[in-house]
Design a protein around this ligand. Sequence first.
Ligand SMILES: *Cc1c(COP(=O)(O)O)cnc(C)c1O
Length: 387
Amino acid sequence: MSKKRIFLSPPHMSGNEAKYIREAFETNWIAPLGPNVDAFEKELANYVGVNEAVALSSGTAAIHLALILLGVEKGDRVFCSSLTFVASANPILYQGAEPVFIDSEPDTWNMSPDALKRALQDAAIEGKLPKAIIVVNLYGQSAKMNEIVALCNEFSVPMIEDAAESLGSTYKGKPSGTFGEFGTFSFNGNKIITTSGGGMLVTNDHDMAQKARFLATQARDLAQHYQHSKKGYNYRLSNILAGIGRAQLEVLEERVAARRTIFENYVSELGSIPGLIFMPELEGTRSNRWLTALTIDEKEAGFTIQSMLDRLAEENIEARPVWKPLHMQPLFKGSLFYAHSKEQDIAKGLFRSGICLPSGSSMSNADQQRIIEAINTELKINTLLKR
Ligand SMILES: *Cc1c(COP(=O)(O)O)cnc(C)c1O
């Protein structure tokens, strides 16, 4: 008999979701839009402290609308973090624009201000500054926002903060997702809170938020007959799913606390293994620790990433390598890439040595112990073999 599967980051319901869904059914608001959507938008805007939030069908849709609202068109350039999920950059392609990928730095694993600076300087000389910069907060950890925002201001380029993985995190006390012209969140099933699928676009600009709502509902002009003068999208979140989101948002702080505890347990149980280095948390920031990530120095640890992944798979435990950087993806072959320094491609190094461990907020202590034991077993076997 095989052991119970432990997933990387499964959905974790609070129990209140059904209440909001029932309300939607009882009032027959089975539609995109409705009272749950309005309330979810207000509640999320309050939580992160912005004027406006627009509930959408996915985080990808939120990034896409942000690019459209910033005027990104065919042939334009958009800078984007390289070490991220493909959804950060796919909307650049939807617009026919050209992505330029920016490497990570070692302190946060996120966009390197050094690489960004060089990329902006080159682009300025060429007369081809990007229309937008998409900055990702990987696995919940904020990028170096002070440095990045300063560069965005210096070159007058707007920033989109892809906070899909960092809802509930802060940078110097300020909530993640509020550092750019736009912030985007995801409520996909694997994220820290979920609506099964969904996203949110946040901004302090009321007009931009209204435009986003307009574009997300097929761009219908104010007319009784269906009249359209702009290209629109069907990107709104359903009133049922927004109900799930409202209940999930109520327990977000608990979810962050649970994931941080899971991270700390991993560190206290595995932190003394030579060669294992856990993802850092930049001073002055709080990561939601969406996923516990670490790197393995294969020489020091005596085992490889692959052997660890295989061992966990054997135990029916889902673990994953760190995102494959976008500048290494076949989809983006030929795209420009700016490394952290001449000698260092940090994102590539993190991909080669990095692994994400199961981090779901509903994971029991016993399940986490199973994962820790599997890793310790791998360590012991390899240590014995070397003797
Ligand atoms: C999940 C994720 C997205 C996309 O969100 P969806 O809701 O799945 O479209 C975008 N960027 C990052 C970094 C993500 O992890």
